[in-house]
Design a protein. Structure first.
Lengths: 420, 176
């Protein structure tokens, strides 16, 4: 510095400026990085929640390239120090319908899946990790699928069940996979959409068997609703947006297990005839309906439905066909009613969704006490002025909760009136 | 530049060398403005009122407002089609908006690979893509590609999914 003092003032200024330039550039790049490559510094709002048998609320979230799991003993008022599930930083899918998934094992294990976005657009890997010590620590994560091509494996879904007489949980992980599309393109054959693949673990998530195909021609960018029915079958049921003949993006449902899935296991589940070559980013919701079938909620784009209007719909289905018709239109379509959540307990059913407001968004809830045959009025439950995640419905013992993660108001959680 | 050096600079400033400091300041401001300009050349920040502003900017001119995202499997092909089309119809302005907040690098790489004709590129800004979408068009539910075709009178046709080539050509012929 002293040496500089012999230079004329303007030269000194230039030298000082040049000395400072690398630091300045680094600062402005860091700012650009922060401002542009990660949006707001806040963690994404897309989270998953589950209550354990003791009533502790567990949360999976994403921050700075890590999936984090933390827990709360006071219904989400305070959370403990998060466990880092993936030690290495990854780009993790949290846009649109993507979020990390969290499920509880039959002996308090915690199971987590997420999608790592790879370098090329649309590509990803599905990761899994578990905790077998009640959430104290997570075992090293691994990729669920054996196919390691840098292609689409995205929109993970996770469900857990326990086969009678088995000591370990059975886990299903399903995802959207483009290997068949790419094979068809390489062979110059037509192929609509992507495919749904799934892998099963019969040792509580220690390992997964080689993946199987559930269905060809799924939508490419919508979440899969995956449920394990409480009937001792060990089966899983998936509801997903499908690409039917003519580019119609209605829904398909299938019950499956560890055996190959035959084509006739896949049933059409919605009939809006939304014909579009586009990514709706709007997947369905599914809940078990007693011992007779399924509650389903989904978004339809309205090109060909009865009123020619986009909107949210509800219908009931047994394994083969609808048991009520027509589909019930839900919420206010002019406020973008969407992103439904469903939960059921016996004949009680709860259906939640989100609507946009001029200055924020609002969560609505509808209840049925007769297995979805009739429904009460829509009730406004929460509103928030800033950005917000999609609604979640979860069970704490036999008590149903509505949850919503918001930027302004934090995690909102409300216990819902539940018949004894 | 160490903290010591900064201390020296501060020390000198108190000794009447403000002119020197001012010059450094000017150089810093100029260089930051330069880097901001370079960023802006990539993507302009799309905000709640950007559609209205764009409509004013292109008053009495036909333009195509095309929204796309990185995970939209149909968007690349759609953008290529629109790019080729405006190349043949240079009186129609193309404006693209990427809806992926905070992914400027990936979005720019994606766009550059498409080699579209030079046009104004925007990206959703802030942290609430749902709200920006709703402000842009309450009747748009987020399906992509989503394109707004403005004729010179600003009669608008909104299309979700890829418009057919015939439709595009017909629309082009209908322009006054």
């Amino acid at each position: 510095m002293r040496m500089l003092m012999v230079l004329p003032a303007s030269c000194r200024a230039m030298v000082l400026f040049l000395l400072g330039l690398p630091a300045l550039l680094a600062t402005s790049l860091a700012l650009a990085h922060e401002g542009h490559d990660h949006g707001a510094a806040a963690a994404p709002l897309a989270i998953s929640l589950v209550f354990d048998a003791q009533g502790t609320l567990w949360r999976a979230s994403v921050k700075d390239g890590h999936v984090l799991v933390d827990s709360s003993r006071d219904n989400g008022q305070h959370f403990d120090t998060p466990r880092v599930v993936n030690p290495d930083v990854q780009k993790i899918g949290v846009d649109g319908d993507a979020k990390p998934k969290l499920a509880l094992g039959s002996a308090g294990q915690l199971y987590v899946t997420w999608t790592q976005a790879l370098q090329k657009p649309y590509t990803g890997y599905i990761w899994f990790a578990r905790s077998v010590d009640g959430g104290k620590r997570f075992e090293p994560p691994f990729i669920v699928h054996q196919d390691r091509a840098e292609i689409t494996h995205r929109f993970d879904a996770l469900a857990v069940t326990r086969m009678p007489g088995q000591s370990e949980d059975r886990l299903y992980v399903a995802w959207v996979d483009k290997r068949d599309l790419l094979a068809a393109q390489a062979a110059a054959k037509p192929y609509a959409g992507a495919a749904i693949y799934y892998a099963v673990s019969d040792d509580g998530g220690a390992s997964f068997a080689a993946e199987r195909k559930l269905a060809d021609s799924s939508c490419e960018c919508c979440r899969i609703a995956l449920v394990t029915p409480e009937d001792g079958s060990g089966d899983a049921v998936a509801l997903w947006r499908h690409v039917f003949e003519g580019g119609v993006r209605d829904h398909a449902i299938a019950r499956f297990n560890t055996k190959s899935v035959s084509a006739d296991a896949i049933k059409r589940a919605s009939f809006g005839n939304w014909q579009i070559d586009a990514c709706p980013h709007h997947g369905p919701a599914l809940a078990q309906g007693g011992d007779w079938g399924w509650h389903m909620a989904w978004f339809d784009g309205g090109t060909h439905n009865r009123e020619k209007m986009p909107g949210l719909f509800y219908a009931r289905m047994d394994g083969e066909a609808w048991v009520s018709s027509p589909a019930k239109r839900i919420g206010d379509g002019s406020k973008q009613a969407g992103h439904p959540a469903l939960i059921s307990r016996g004949d009680a059913v709860w259906l939640a969704w989100r609507e946009m407001e001029t200055d924020g968004s609002r969560l609505y809830l509808m209840r049925s006490q007769d297995g979805g045959r009739s429904w009460g009025e829509a009730e406004a439950m929460f509103n928030t002025a800033g950005s917000a995640d999609y609604p979640m419905l979860l069970m704490r013992g036999t008590q149903v909760y509505l949850a919503w993660n918001t930027a302004r108001d934090g995690l909102l959680l409300k216990s819902l009136e539940t018949a004894p | 530049m160490s903290m010591g050096d900064l201390a020296v600079i501060r020390g000198r400033a108190t000794h009447g060398m403000a002119r020197e400091i001012a010059l450094i300041g000017i150089l810093i401001v100029v260089s930051m403005a330069g880097s901001r300009w370079a960023m802006a050349a990539d993507f302009q920040p799309w905000q709640g009122d950007s559609r209205r502003a764009l409509e004013q900017q292109y008053a009495r001119k036909p333009f195509i407002l095309a929204l796309w995202s990185l995970d939209c499997a149909y968007c690349a092909e759609d953008l290529r089609t629109l790019g080729a089309w405006v190349r043949q119809h240079p009186h129609v302005t193309l404006v693209t908006v990427n809806t992926d907040i905070g992914q400027a690098t990936e979005a720019a790489t994606f766009m550059d690979a498409l080699a579209l004709p030079a046009h104004s590129r925007w990206q959703f800004a802030g942290n609430d893509a749902d709200r920006l979408r709703y402000q842009l068009d309450p009747a748009w539910y987020g399906e992509l590609p989503r394109t707004y075709f403005y004729d010179a009178r600003h009669n608008v046709q909104a299309i979700s999914g890829r418009p057919a080539k015939d439709w595009l050509d017909n629309w082009g012929r209908s322009l006054p």
